[in-house]
Design a binder for this molecule. Sequence first.
Ligand code: AMP
Length: 304
Amino acid sequence: MSILVVGSVALDSLETPFGKREEVPGGSATFFSTAASFFGPVQLVGVVGEDYPPEHLAFLRERGVDLEGLVKAAGRTFRWKGRYGYDLNDAQTLDTQLNVFGEFRPELPERFRTPSYLFLGNIHPSLQLQVLEQVRERPKLVAMDTMNFWIEGERERLLEVVSKVDLVFINDAEVRQLAQEHNVVKAARMIQARGPRRVVVKRGEYGALLFDDGVVFAAPAYPLEEVFDPTGAGDSFAGGFMGFLAHRAAEIDSHSLRQACVAGSTLASFCVERFSLDRFRDLSKEQIQARLESFRELTDFRAI
Ligand code: AMP
């Protein structure tokens, strides 16, 4: 089961109440592929500039991420600068520099054109469409993510992508903004009405809601004592979700989608424990399994 992701590969500069980091590895494709790699291999499509530190790519390669679709272009890597206050759910973008993403036209290597699972990560909607158009057979699942930057600047193009996917991952503020509807449940239903059968609304420390046909499932976020940096939690959620579906589930059905939500919450919970990708560097499959199991205890009220 192959998973293909297109998204940003970034250098992030971050400020949280717990510290600051300059030019650390980030980007939607980076977090997604790292999280998904705990379940199996991932193919990545994206671009970096000549200034991208090779050790960050070596880390992805060691994790089993296939970088044949990652182009190194003349110029500077995409950069994002963000700040979080004590409400870690609320990311404030201080600066976005598209740099090499401004000119990038993705060209999928032959081997990447028949993925079973496709994730159109947060990036310019035109690039999401270009990748979707190069895929030969319809994958088992096409999912996407986005953010306020593209909802504000590329709304029509973005709605075109929405109409072509099976599942949308989106956070609560963004689903309201995209649907122009304050109520999250109504907003998610409005997005479903535009095409995707399923919508997953990510609600930071309050967990995630899966809208699957007419049914809603709620997965909590893991109650952590230490949260350092929420950056990448959304993409790690999507990586855990799709990695689980591709490599651990026999079918995509309401049962496996619920389990995938918990797998997504699990990977996101590790992501936020340290800055950037740091928690993933020494994370073991056993630790993931133990946390997956503790989610059951967290919500099982029959056992009291
Ligand atoms: P999240 O998982 O939602 O916290 O996404 C965090 C990542 O999104 C950061 O590592 C940023 O590099 C990346 N990012 C921020 N703004 C953009 C943008 N406009 N396009 C693509 N990626 C972005």
